[in-house]
Every structure is written in structure tokens, then in C-alpha cells.
Design a protein around this ligand. Sequence first.
Ligand code: C2G
Length: 139
Amino acid sequence: MKKRIITFGTYDLLHIGHVRLLERAAQLGDELIVGVSCSKLNLSKKGRAPVYETSDRMEIVKALGCVDEVFVEESLEKKGQYIQEFGAHILVMGDDWAGRFDQFNSICSVVYLPRTEGISTTQLIGDIGEMVLPATGTS
Ligand code: C2G
């Protein structure tokens, strides 16, 4: 039987931290399924809309060699439903969510993987903003 891994995320402005998380998740089993958070969910989680729309983020994640399937994650509360629907054996999350999804240990294994240090979409947006509009010095 194939071991199915499920993970979730927004994956906006895909960066090396995202790729490393997905590659490590894929190594835990045979098939990797990714729930891509819809823009409305991201707005409620992070207080801003993603740069890329949901369908583009899904297409980008699906194009990665380690990803087998993508679907829209509509709500954080539906995780148990998605795990069962896709027959996932392991739920993988970054350790910024450590402990938050332990209740799903009753239906699958829950694994938190360490995040890649020093990079995030929020930080990238800030860095790009500074490149476009360099901070003006006073000297
Ligand atoms: N990640 C990482 N290293 C980083 C940044 C992100 O390992 N430097 C991981 C996160 O821990 C997460 C995945 O990459 O597992 C996707 O990151 P986000 O797009 O920021 O996901 P998030 O918005 O936290 O969505 O249902 C839960 C949410 O949908 C998770």
C-alpha cells in the first residue's frame, strides 16, 4: 500500500523554505498531497491577501517534482476531513505549527518539520518593496 503524505500551506511567492519543506515531506512516504490555502483563508490567517491568486499558487506547487496532487484548503477546521478524504497516513506541518494539530494523531501520524531559517514570504515582500522604493537616508 502506498504511504500518502498530506501537508498544507499558502505557498505564496514560492521560495527555498517551501521547497525544502515539501521535499522533506515527500521523503516520508510515496505520494505527497498539498492543500493550498485559498486567498480568503490566508487573509484571515495573516491579515493580507497573497500576492499570487489561489489557482496560480496551486499550479506552481503542482509543477514541483516532489508533489503528486494539490487541492484547495478552504478552512483550517477542515483538516480532519481532508486527511480522511485523501486517505493520508501522515500529516506534515512546519514547526511554526508545532502542537497545533496533535488531535489528528487519532487518525494519522502528525509530524512537524523544522522551518528553514531566515526566509519568509512576508520578509520577501518587504525586501522587494525596499528594492523598488529604496529607503531615503538623511545624511
Ligand atoms: N516553511 C518552511 N520554512 C520557511 C517558510 C515556510 O519550512 N522559511 C514551511 C511552513 O512551515 C509550512 C510551509 O512551508 O509548512 C508553507 O508555508 P506557508 O505558505 O507560510 O504556510 P502557512 O501560511 O503557514 O499555511 O493549514 C495550515 C496553513 O495552511 C499553513
